[in-house]
Design a protein around this ligand. Structure first.
Ligand SMILES: Nc1ncnc2c1ncn2[C@@H]1O[C@H](COP(=O)(O)OP(=O)(O)O)[C@@H](O)[C@H]1O
Ligand SMILES: [Mg+2]
Length: 301
């Protein structure tokens, strides 16, 4: 028995978007201000801080994800995982800090993004998309409960390309290729109302991947799926990241999923990263007692 998905017209900025085409310009060395460490990461965070009502819910000193890498942030409910992704996706404004996405930089207190590290927002000009749109088009964010709009699977997957001005036949070919890659080729003409939760999740992933993003952000990608569907989504994620050289940042409370997917991982507790490392080292030989407790399945407050 298939579970119907919520189907409603999507609102701009809530669902995934990505870059239309072209490569990422490699940034030069930063001349001042915050330094991003690591080897030319596709996605990097520095001094990122978010408060709600005066309460600090996220405070991350440093985090970087390279191309072709799956980085999993694992942590208990309320740790700040979704907040992190929403900040990275430019759906929330940070109180402090800076995020880098390819050659774009987004800084607290400066609306939008800049190509010049530390420079003013400079991407807006008449007739061109604003800086937040430029930013969101470079990454794909798949929310925990992705919203598909009423229509066919193919229409959902081609929408992002059509909004970027891609010719309908080209958009169709690209969408069909991604659907085939995710094992959804037979469902291209199906209406989204009839999809199972696992199929809907993969359609959301297809919609994210078709726009050729620099980075893929996934929020609890299999939280509501049975093990077989969860495994299908995980396989699709791994293949998509490896094949495209994407930087993938996945957040989950599911330790087992983190172990299966992560190249590197971090434990987030109460908005702060407790420990980061190669996934096998982190999970098998945790250094911090809180990581050890989380790995043992003990509750962390
Ligand atoms: N819009 C908001 N307003 C106020 N508090 C929020 C808001 N969004 C999240 N929070 C709070 O921030 C903390 C982190 O939430 P969230 O990022 O959703 O955690 P997680 O995804 O790890 O479960 C929680 O205490 C949550 O209640
Ligand atoms: Mg969450």
């Amino acid at each position: 028995m298939k579970t119907p998905v919520r189907a409603r017209r999507r609102s701009a900025g809530v669902v995934s978007s990505g870059r239309g085409s072209g490569g990422v310009v490699s940034p030069g060395r930063r001349s001042g201000g915050t330094q991003f460490c690591g080897q030319d990461p596709a996605l990097a965070v520095s001094g990122l801080r978010k408060t709600y009502g005066g309460r600090v819910v996220l405070d991350i000193e440093e985090l970087a994800v390279s191309r072709g890498e799956v980085f999993v942030v694992v942590g208990p409910s309320g740790a700040g995982k979704t907040t992190l992704l929403r900040l990275l996706a430019a759906l929330e404004e940070p109180d402090a800090g800076e995020v880098r996405l390819g050659d774009l930089f987004r800084k607290a207190g400066q609306a939008g993004s800049s190509r010049r590290p530390g420079g003013p927002s400079s991407l807006r000009s008449p007739g061109r998309p604003g800086p937040d749109v430029v930013w969101r088009r470079r990454l794909a964010f798949v929310a925990q409960h992705p919203v598909l709009f009423s229509g066919t699977v193919l229409e959902n997957v081609t929408l992002g390309l059509r909004l970027r001005g891609v010719a309908p036949t080209v958009a169709r070919d690209r969408a069909l290729a991604v659907l085939a890659e995710l094992g959804l080729g037979d469902l291209a003409a199906a209406h989204v109302f009839g999809l199972s939760a696992g199929e809907a999740q993969r359609v959301a992933l297809a919609r994210a991947l078709v726009t050729d993003p620099v980075a893929l952000l996934l929020d609890e990608p299999t939280a509501n799926l049975d093990p077989a569907n969860a495994a299908a989504v995980e396989r699709a994620v791994r293949r998509a990241v490896g094949g495209r050289g994407l930087a993938a940042l996945i957040v989950t409370h599911d330790l087992f999923q983190a172990r299966r997917l992560a190249d590197r991982a971090a434990l987030l507790v109460q908005g702060r990263i407790v420990e980061t490392g190669e996934a096998c080292r982190l999970f098998e030989r945790p250094r911090d007692p809180r990581t050890a407790a989380f790995v043992r399945g003990e509750m962390i407050l």
